[in-house]
Design a protein. Structure first.
Length: 475
């Protein structure tokens, strides 16, 4: 199918922008500018909000069973786009085709099904001794999503909001907006009432700010950097909107003393290097026993050296380019900063060549101090900091010595040891040993990593508000 990305989706129709201005989408592997989207205006955002507001009353009173039926239809349409999503995501983000297939595409089907199954179990009324508590939709929700997981972060917001009876205006990232258009098509073909789902394309600095301050928007759900999230929240709270923020991270991976760390290495490799390290939950600080520092460095780097960096369309590739020139330059600046601060570079170096794509080979620093910039600031690239410790108390202190608290990991000889330390880490999610992610669990951050939760029942409840009706007497 040939796709036209040059329109917004508003009130059930693909519609041109109010302005004849465009944003070109660049393939970070080839540097080809291969598509363009509207550089949307505040007037476009206003039209989308008006459509969402007009549809709200009818949608919020639509029975949950009917909302679920329509979402199942959307999922069927979404799954049918599998073979079109993958090459498009590879082109706009640069993620390798294997990782894109598993994570950017097929895992999103798992997420949608998880929300549908959670909605089928949802209890929207609770009887108390003298009242009934109802869960009602928040209202019109503005969803502002990032470039690093172009479909994943859209699914995490749009699907639960609509299932819970909210109407939505989506503003996808201007850097990776194209697969969101395919999702919009899946909603369109499912037969949702006009105005329930709307999408406007353009710059976050213009559309994001307009949506966050719009008087008819009831909630803003944002994923992105902490700096931008704070600005979005300030705009939203000027009119006391609900806010949900999934922000930055500098997540620790703690290795407790062990005779064998081999089972832990795949978790670290995939977290910090796959998606070119452009993951908010990336385990970017590896905190290890000083006694085993040299062995861990050697074993880990031996595995990392086997990763294939190259053409993201090649199934053998593990690491593709980073998303943009700006991201490449930011990562290069951080690598140089790590060298200047005295961290020991044990793998990789400062990237310099952008002539054939924005490729950054894996970088590993060791003997990193936790007060260095590379240990405190979110690099958002394939850069790992190894930090040695002498006692478990020190390891926990280092793990928690960060303004962030999004994710974490603990490897230990026994589950009991791992859980004991995991419970002490100030983070919304912590993995232990070889445990996989649970799509039904709540996901979100402590501290400057965010407000609110996504995933499972918690992700659905995020888009509701409680009403207590005092409906019984005691005499």
């Amino acid at each position: 199918m040939s796709w036209d990305f040059e329109k917004h989706y508003i009130n059930g129709e693909w519609t041109p922008s109010e302005d004849d201005a465009w944003i070109e989408v660049e393939n970070p592997a080839t540097l080809e500018r291969f598509a363009r989207i509207p550089d949307g205006t505040p007037a476009d955002a206003d039209r989308a909000v008006a459509a969402a507001k007009a549809a709200l009353e009818g949608w919020r009173t639509t029975p949950l069973a009917e909302r679920i039926r329509l979402m199942k239809a959307m999922l069927a349409n979404f799954e049918a786009l599998h073979d079109e999503i993958i090459p498009l995501e590879v082109a706009e983000l640069g993620a390798p085709v294997g990782f894109t297939t598993r994570t950017h595409c097929e895992y999103q089907y798992v997420r949608v099904r998880s929300y549908i199954e959670a909605a089928e179990r949802m209890v929207l009324e609770e009887t108390l001794p003298n009242s009934t508590v109802y869960r009602e939709p928040v209202g019109v929700v503005a969803c502002v999503t990032p470039w690093n997981y172009p479909l994943g972060q859209v699914v995490q917001k749009v699907v639960p909001a609509i299932l819970m009876g909210c109407t939505v205006v989506l503003k996808p990232s201007q850097h990776t907006p194209l697969t969101a258009c395919l999702l919009a098509d899946a909603f369109d073909r499912a037969g949702f009432p006009k105005g329930v789902f709307n999408m406007v394309s353009g710059r976050g600095s213009r559309l994001g700010d307009r949506l966050a301050s719009h008087p008819d928007v009831d909630m803003v759900s944002f994923t992105g950097s902490t700096t931008v999230g704070i600005r979005i929240a300030q705009r939203a709270l000027e009119s006391v909107k609900h806010i949900s923020l999934e922000l930055g991270g500098k997540s620790p991976a703690v290795f407790l003393p062990s005779d064998d760390y081999s089972a832990a290495y795949p978790k670290i490799l995939s977290s910090i290097f796959f998606n070119a390290g452009q993951t908010c939950t990336a385990l970017s600080r590896l905190i290890v026993p000083r006694r085993d520092l040299a062995r861990i460095e050697s074993e880990f780097c031996e595995l990392a050296a086997k990763l294939v960096v190259g053409d993201p369309t090649d199934p053998k590739t593990d690491i593709g380019p980073v998303s943009s020139k700006a991201q490449f330059e930011k990562i290069a600046e951080y690598v140089q900063a790590g060298i200047d601060e005295g961290a020991r570079l044990v793998m990789g170096g400062v990237p310099t060549d952008m002539s054939r794509g924005y490729y950054v080979r894996p970088v590993v620093f060791s003997d990193v101090r936790n007060d260095m910039r590379i240990a405190r600031e979110e690099i958002f690239g394939p850069v790992l900091c190894i930090i040695p410790y002498d006692t478990v108390e020190e390891a926990v202190s280092i793990a928690n010595d960060t303004p962030y608290g999004l994710s974490g990991y603990v490897h230990a000889p026994t589950k009991a040891e791992a859980v004991a330390v995991a419970k002490r880490i100030h983070s919304g999610n912590v993995y232990i040993n070889d445990a996989p992610r649970d799509v039904t669990a709540p996901f979100g951050g402590y501290k400057q990593s965010g407000i609110g939760r996504e995933g499972g029942l918690a992700g659905l409840l995020e888009f509701t508000q409680q009403k207590a009706v005092f409906d019984r007497t005691t005499y």
